[in-house]
Write a protein that binds this ligand. Structure first.
Ligand code: GDP
Length: 339
């Protein structure tokens, strides 16, 4: 483990041992350091993460996804307030796939979750931006470590229900929840099977708008989940009949209704996982997958930056396109140049 520079040692102490606004500032500063692309910052961030890691891991990590307009920020604010009022310390992070393209963050809108943002026991950080989705998710995962080391016992990671970001958030949380609209049941095709298989809980939001539709959606989604079966979801646990059967609930984020039932379901899920060692197993698998995802991304970057490779690449690409060299042979020749 590297020795921290004095400034970062102070940062570490302010995160692990601090409280109030000073800790919050330290938390924000550490995450900014982690998100930096400068090589010297990366080195400092790595040393800081090493030092923070023994203090992390204690939070419950809840993933939340839903299409734009499903009510994610309204729900997170309501749930966050519900939790801080019960003595929890809540951190809210995000993985925004659009930030990888635009460089901006739709989940970073400052006007969102204002009540929660100003609560002393809550910390809200918008999605990192720029780079690949893998890179953005990577920074969010590191931010989880920082928030946990600062004593947050609930970390909520939000993402938009489009594309691969749901898989990424599922891969960094203990419980993955999908927020649906009351009309979801009318068009089950619209709910991607793959995402349904990821969900541990499904909350039908805006139940206040149309109780009957929300109830219908609940029944339809519940039976669709049975149809998908638990096998694809639970792996080994499913084979042993230990897999969790996802629950479907109705909530109204705008009126803070259904939060008790939602949190009770989360607690049931947690207890189910803990009793069977499934939460620890999920985290171990997530850590392995995270490491390999980063190795692969790193290798890819190094390959593209390698001088002999970039020199030979255009010629070999031409050879492949002209049918002179088989793609597999070209790939092997290029990879060999890295030796
Ligand atoms: P997001 O894009 O998923 O973050 O959705 P928002 O939280 O921004 O909500 C989108 C709109 O739906 C806003 O106008 C909210 O006020 C509204 N909304 C959210 N939850 C509810 C709810 O439970 N009931 C009703 N009637 N409206 C809601």
């Amino acid at each position: 483990m590297s020795v921290l520079p004095i400034a970062d040692e102070a940062l570490l102490q302010a995160i692990v041992g601090g409280c109030g606004p000073a800790q919050r500032r330290a938390l924000a500063k550490a995450i900014t350091l982690i998100e930096s692309t400068r090589a010297d910052h990366r080195e400092r961030a790595d040393a800081l993460l090493d030092a923070l890691l023994p203090h992390a891991g204690g939070a419950f990590r809840l993933g939340l996804s839903g299409v734009p307009g499903a009510g994610k920020s309204t729900f997170i604010e309501a749930l966050g307030m519900y939790l801080v009022e019960r003595g929890h310390r809540v951190a809210v992070l995000a993985v925004d796939p659009s930030s990888t393209v635009s460089g901006g963050s739709i989940l970073g809108d400052k006007t969102r979750m204002q009540r929660l943002a100003s609560h002393p026991n809550a910390f809200i950080r918008p999605s990192p931006s720029g780079g690949t989705l893998g890179g953005v998710a990577d920074k969010t995962r590191e931010a989880i470590i920082v928030c946990e080391a600062a004593g947050h016992d609930i970390v909520i990671v939000e993402t938009v229900g489009v594309g691969q970001s749901e898989t990424a958030v599922h891969g960094m949380t203990d419980c993955f929840c999908l927020l649906q609209l009351p009309n979801a049941g009318d068009d089950l095709q619209a709910i991607k099977k793959g995402v349904m298989e990821l969900a541990d809980l499904i909350a039908i939001n805006k139940a206040d708008l149309d109780e009957a539709a929300a109830m219908r959606a609940r029944v339809q989604i519940t039976s669709a989940l049975r149809f998908f079966g638990t096998h694809a979801r639970g792996g080994q646990a499913a084979e042993e009949g230990q897999a969790w059967q996802p629950e479907v609930l109705q909530v109204s984020a705008l009126h803070s209704k259904g939060l008790d039932a939602f949190w009770a379901a989360v607690t049931r899920f947690r207890e189910h996982q803990a009793a069977r060692g499934l939460q620890a197993a999920r985290r171990r698998a997530q850590d392995r997958a995270w490491m390999w995802e980063r190795i692969e991304a790193g290798l890819h970057e190094r390959f593209k930056a390698h001088s002999a490779v970039s020199e030979a690449l255009p010629r070999l690409t031409d050879d492949v396109q002209a049918g002179r060299v088989a793609p597999s042979v070209a790939a092997r020749r290029l990879l060999d140049l890295m030796n």
